[in-house]
Design a protein around this ligand. Structure first.
Ligand code: NFS
Ligand code: SF4
Length: 679
């Protein structure tokens, strides 16, 4: 009996080396196991996902269900007709499409609600009601104002004068905020897409009318007994997702840039080794920079530094986690502690005095892990309280007293420094990588375009002449059903090897950072000869960190700029480009995936996709959408094949553009040159 129990226990213990490729994480998992602390990696062993849910064919949209329609082998092989139906008659297609649509709605809502908060604070700032915020990047405000049809000059007689910048800001703020409640017409930013892309949306009738409206309409259409045509449901997914990418997310990014500064390249550090034993360690985890910007300011204030000193600490380390990390890294060079799957592990170091969270991607279990240490978990957003945990406290953020609240939070952490438990050994892994980050579309333009005038033309030239084969956007989460960071790194390295330049955001960016891919030196090590040459000439990393997941909108704008720079077709769909989320898990990723697809990008997801139980709906997403938008979904679990399919798509686009031969020539030239060099 005892032997059996021991066997069972062993079967339920995971091997850290088998669930992550990140050595810092592996060390922390071992510490957790030694101390008997449960993490997501333990729970993933005992709870397996339900197959019907994985395939997207469980409906619980009314209480006659849940209706489950498993796809049998016989149906799959065509040996039996597919007569599956829910009680109401809903087909697997209807059910999977409804479930998918609700994921889009949730994802778009999350990004857009973030954007709404930014717009509200922006307007308060513009009206001088939120004194801790200001306009940091006037240029950016002047650039976006015309899209909102806001004048940037005033006429007096025959003369034109620049308009007061705060007047512009008030009007931009009002118009931006109005995008959520708009009922008719089109969201303003749809027109930032290349004309051909925009005209195609118009033709298909999918230009979003208002951000909230399209999300609400998904909820209506997917209610029991409403939209029961998967193609029609998918079109609504497109409206809501475009309202995210070209609406809520894009407004969030732009207004944040105006208030906090547009990112430009700077140095940063990443991984759990950024924590320091003799300093107060604060981790800000979540997504919205409104608060974290203030905590950055508070943690750097002399008052707080002195306070920390008075408690015996040698300073304050403020490190980020998840997309909050990306936000404060991109603008301030603040270090990153880790990505999504490292949130519990950070606390397990024993050195975290406070983890401050706002919204999204925060595992409830961080509260329980914090309870095992002295760590204080501080929730800050009225939308996101955590019931678990004995030591969880709530300090509500309010943009009108932002800096004061930031200081209050930092003070809590400093006070808690003295509560570290001497009986609990602190272990901070040594891993910390250097990186160069901050590649907004403005920064890319500047760096690739030469010193005097920013332009995307040199990038286009290098794509046309074949040194750069194409552009890969690799983004998205970690997922405990895969090996932490592994697929991210394989996909990215495969692309680099094949001369595909990579744009990254979110948790993929952090995986790349930890693996040293965000350094200019990585070009020589990981890239094919063409891409290596371009990166080394310009001095940029081959993987360009563009920010948080909300900043995927930067990728849309960069793609639009590439189209506008000429020579690579008329729409985003013409570009030799492909998107990828190898380890996705959140509903936001589905919304992002769908706005990329609808914007014309072939987009491959890893792990699983909840559409595989509904073959006709899957076919609609994976092939039919290409005829409509030029972009389509795909699911490839194996990361090598995943990258190979992206490259094949890039080559298909090169051929369609008639630039496939150029690449052969350039590679031949290079081989000759290398031979000469060797001789
Ligand atoms: Ni994006 Fe950023 Fe990470 Fe995924 Fe979560 S942090 S918003 S959702 S897990 S990439
Ligand atoms: Fe079942 Fe139809 Fe109700 Fe869904 S809506 S649970 S398929 S009866």
């Amino acid at each position: 009996m005892a032997a059996e129990e021991a066997k069972e226990k062993q079967a339920k213990t995971y091997k850290p080396e088998e669930v992550s490729v990140d050595t810092a994480s592996i060390k922390m998992m071992k510490k957790a196991q030694a101390e008997g602390i449960e993490t997501i990696f333990d729970r993933a062993l005992v709870m397996k996902p339900c197959n019907i849910g994985v395939e997207g064919i469980c409906c619980k949209n009314c209480s006659q269900g849940p209706c489950r329609l498993p796809l049998t082998k016989k149906i799959k092989e065509g040996l039996e007709p597919d007569t599956r139906k829910g009680l109401c008659g809903a087909t697997p297609e209807t059910i999977a499409a409804r479930n998918f649509a609700r994921m889009v709605a949730a994802g778009a809502a999350a990004h857009s609600d973030h954007g709404r908060g930014v717009a509200e604070t922006f307007l308060a700032m513009a009206r001088k009601e939120a004194h801790d915020y200001t306009i940091k990047d006037e240029q950016k405000l002047l650039e976006i104002a015309p899209y909102f049809e806001v004048a940037t000059t005033v006429k007096e007689g025959d003369e034109e004068f620049p308009r007061d910048i705060f007047d512009i800001a008030v009007e931009v703020g009002e118009k931006a905020l109005g995008e959520w409640g708009k009922q008719q017409g089109e969201i303003y930013f749809a027109k930032r897409a290349p004309e051909a892309t925009y005209e195609n949306w118009k033709k298909l009738g999918v230009v979003p009318r208002g951000i909230d409206r399209e999300i609400v309409e998904i909820m209506h259409r997917t209610h029991m007994g409403v939209d029961q045509d998967y193609r029609n449901i998918t079109a609504q997914c497109t409206r809501a997702a475009l309202g995210d990418g070209w609406g809520g997310s894009m407004i969030a990014t732009d207004l944040q840039d105006v208030m906090f500064g547009t990112p430009y390249p700077l140095h940063g550090q990443i991984n759990l080794g950024v924590l320091e034993i003799d300093k107060v360690n604060i981790i800000v985890h979540g997504h919205e920079p409104l608060l974290s910007e203030m905590i950055v300011a508070a943690a750097q204030s002399q008052e707080m530094l002195d306070y920390a000193k008075s408690k015996g600490a040698h300073g304050i380390i403020l490190a980020g986690m998840c997309c909050t990390a990306n936000e404060i890294l991109m603008r301030h060079g603040m270090p990153i502690a880790g990505n999504y799957l490292q949130q519990e592990l950070a606390i397990i170091t024993g050195a975290v005095d406070a983890m401050v969270v706002d919204v999204q991607c925060i595992m409830e279990n961080v509260a329980n892990v914090a309870d095992c240490y002295h760590t204080k978990l501080i929730t800050t957003n009225p939308r996101a309280k955590i019931e678990s945990g004995n030591s969880t406290i709530h300090i509500e953020f309010d943009e009108h007293h932002a800096f004061e609240i930031g200081k209050q939070i930092v003070k809590e952490a400093v006070d808690n420094f003295l509560n570290r438990r001497p009986e609990q050994p602190i272990l901070i892994p040594s891993e910390r990588e250097n990186m160069v980050v901050g590649f907004s579309q403005e920064a890319i333009k500047y760096h690739l375009g030469g010193t005097f005038r920013g332009s995307y033309v040199p990038l286009n030239d290098n794509i046309i002449n074949g040194r750069i084969r194409g552009i890969g956007g690799v983004v998205g989460c970690n997922n405990c059903r895969t090996i932490h960071d592994s697929a991210h790194l394989i996909v990215v390295k495969e692309l680099l090897k094949n001369d595909v330049i990579v744009l990254t955001t979110g948790c993929n960016a952090m995986a790349c950072g930890k693996a040293g891919l965000l350094t200019p030196e990585a070009a020589r090590v990981f890239c094919g000869p063409g891409l290596a040459e371009v990166c080394e000439t310009v001095g940029i990393p081959p993987v360009l960190h563009m920010g948080s997941c909300v900043d995927n909108s930067r990728i849309l704008i960069a793609a639009s700029e590439v189209v506008k720079a000429g020579g690579l077709g008329k729409s985003i769909a013409d570009l030799p480009a492909a998107g990828s989320a190898p380890e996705w898990m959140s509903e936001k990723a589905i919304s992002i995936g769908h706005y990329f697809v609808s914007s014309g990008v072939y987009t491959v997801f890893g792990v699983t996709l909840p559409v595989t139980g509904a073959p006709r709906f899957q076919k609609h997403l994976f092939t039919e959408l290409e005829d409509l938008y030029g972009g389509m979904w795909d699911l490839v679990e194996d990361p090598y094949e995943h990258a190979a399919k992206m490259i094949a798509h890039i080559d298909k686009k090169r051929k369609a553009l008639g630039i496939d031969k150029a690449r052969d020539r350039v590679l031949m030239d290079m081989a000759d040159r290398q031979k000469l060099d060797a001789a």
